[in-house]
Design a protein around this ligand. Structure first.
Ligand SMILES: [Zn+2]
Length: 79
């Protein structure tokens, strides 16, 4: 299964960043997903699989025209 990920999404992960932040901006899509910590601005790359394991919920959805997979229309995971 695959979660639809969009540029501009803000996601909440299951574990906090060491800085204490839970929320991340999606800044890059591809084989790896680029995330920016919204608290300390640190940038990380996760594989799509890691991302799907770690994400808890979508706080805000990005623009659907900016790079989503066309056939992936699953809802965000329940909080
Ligand atoms: Zn952080």
């Amino acid at each position: 299964m695959s979660i639809e990920i969009r540029l501009g999404d803000v996601v909440r992960l299951r574990k906090p960043h060491p800085c204490g932040g839970y929320e991340w901006d999606v800044v890059r899509l591809g084989a790896d997903i680029g995330l920016h910590c919204t608290t300390c601005r640190r940038r990380v790359l996760l594989t799509r699989r890691e991302f799907e394991k770690r994400v808890k919920t979508f706080v805000r959805r990005g623009d659907p025209a900016s790079g989503a997979a066309p056939h992936a229309n699953l809802p965000p995971p329940a909080a």
